[in-house]
Design a protein around this ligand. Structure first.
Ligand SMILES: Nc1ncnc2c1ncn2[C@@H]1O[C@H](COP(=O)(O)OP(=O)(O)OP(=O)(O)O)[C@@H](O)[C@H]1O
Length: 271
């Protein structure tokens, strides 16, 4: 068991960071004294067994779960010091189950991510729709390869296609950080890898990605892994540093073999 810190410390580059945070889920202390730093241009995976506090931590990073103690900082400023509009421009969230309006055309669903021109869809307008909004939608759809079904309704799409639309909507506002809760859930291997590849492309372009992942072999493709156990950090570092038989036995109570493929750890359960 090891917590590899130091090189992931708060303050280098553009960061979203938690420092000794404690978060209650209802009355349950789900996150207990977690410190971690997530950087723009880096793919971070949060892993850990069921109930480890992964979703609760993600929600605290977004300001959706009130923090009982400790600090959450976005770009060096306390999260609650940012206005609501600024915060939602900088941080995008893809929840475990994204509710997409079923009868709405794909392009309009993605456009909702811009937070503008709500009158178009019967919502209260926040600000007028601009050419920059149009461009943001176009770029997000291009990146996620959703332009080819731009005029179809959400009900007509497969699970994997819907997930790409949800991703396009999250990217449409051009966030600095994208936080995702099990984005590959319910996706077959091909779609799951596709989603990871889209995320890696965005990271190469400077986006900070923080994804809760259950599949350890997908987490092995991240740059940085945070392993939670019972609300605490059990290990943090590169996939090689974190995905060790000792750490995984301690967290999941399963014996695993760790092989290497193309410089990545490959996890194989032994029992
Ligand atoms: N509203 C609530 N009231 C009481 N306990 C809660 C509530 N929400 C979550 N919990 C508990 O908090 C702990 C952490 O939950 P959380 O959803 O963050 O875990 P997780 O690591 O994301 O789990 P999973 O992998 O199963 O999604 C769990 O033990 C859960 O039962």
């Amino acid at each position: 068991m090891s917590v590899v810190s130091g090189e992931w410390s708060v303050g280098s580059g553009e960061t979203l960071a938690v420092s000794d945070v404690h978060v209650q889920a209802g009355t349950f202390p789900a996150v207990k004294g977690v410190s971690a730093s997530f950087q723009a241009g880096r793919f971070s995976a949060i892993i850990g067994p069921n109930g480890a506090g992964k979703s609760t931590l993600l929600r605290a990073l977004l300001g959706l779960s009130p923090v009982k103690a400790g600090r959450v900082e976005l770009l060096g400023r306390p999260l609650d010091g940012w206005g609501r509009a600024e915060r939602s421009r900088l941080l995008a969230y893809l929840a475990q189950t994204e509710a997409l309006p079923p009868e709405t055309r794909v392009r309009d669903v993605v456009a909702l991510g811009r937070g503008a021109g709500g009158w178009k869809w019967g919502l209260i307008p926040t600000r007028p729709w601009t050419p920059a909004d149009e461009q943001g939608v176009q770029d997000a759809m291009q990146k996620t390869d959703t332009l080819k079904f731009a005029d179809r309704r959400v009900t007509e799409l497969s699970g994997g296609e819907k997930q790409r639309v949800a991703l396009a909507r999250a990217l449409a506002a051009g966030p600095r950080f994208l936080l995702l809760d099990e984005p590959t859930n319910h996706l077959d291997l091909g779609y799951a890898l596709e989603v990871i590849r889209y995320l890696q492309c965005e990271v190469a372009g400077g986006l900070g990605v923080v994804a809760v992942l259950h599949d350890l072999n997908l987490a092995a493709r991240a740059d940085h892994v945070l392993l939670l156990h019972q609300g605490r950090v059990l290990a943090e570092g590169t996939p090689e540093q974190v995905l060790t038989p000792e750490n995984l036995q301690a967290a999941y109570h399963v014996r695993v073999k760790v092989l290497r493929d193309a410089d990545r750890p490959v996890i194989i359960p032994e029992n």
